[in-house]
Write a protein that binds this ligand. Sequence first.
Ligand code: FMN
Length: 189
Amino acid sequence: MELLKAIKERRSIRRFKPEPVPRELLERLVGEALWAPSAMNTQPWRFFVLTGAKKDELVAIAAKSLAQLDTRLKTLFKESMRTLVHGYFKDFGGAPAVVVTLAKEPETEGYMDGSFQSASAAFYNFLLLAHEAGLGTCWMTGPLWVEGELLEFLGHRDGWRLLALTPVGWPDQEPPVPPRKHQDIIWLE
Ligand SMILES: Cc1cc2nc3c(=O)[nH]c(=O)nc-3n(C[C@H](O)[C@H](O)[C@H](O)COP(=O)(O)O)c2cc1C
């Protein structure tokens, strides 16, 4: 798929078909995503793929973040949208897999931003590659509200931070394309 097409046509998918995603496909996509640039070539990321009972356990923990998110949802969205978000967080739209990306805390103090940005580059690679393969994803940071509990569950409480996670599966919806809000470039010559 042409790169620009993938960038423009990738959408956040929040409803999935129940069919599983082959393990080999997920392994390939994660492996390819890791060809991202990274701060001082530290490659400071770790990818988890969860399916089956482990995925359900992780989703149940992530859903606890709704309690904190709800205040913000109330101010930002209409009631109908709030209900949709609540439903989605309960089972991640029925996705058969979840990918979680962690960013490594660096030895050098104050360089966590570099780790986050590097892990973001790899994570976004994964979203685009998944889209190219016909899969749906949804970048999620809402679960950061329960970051400690998620890291504990993944056995990475020390030395790692949660970047984001995404459900992965075969899309069962075609969301509308959100228009760009601004395209202003500030040219300085
Ligand atoms: C950093 C980041 C965090 C996000 N967190 C969430 C989230 O917690 N839950 C969710 O449903 N969508 C989340 N999204 C998806 C956005 O809502 C989505 O990208 C945006 O509405 C634009 O839609 P599109 O991805 O289809 O272009 C997040 C996206 C980004 C980039």
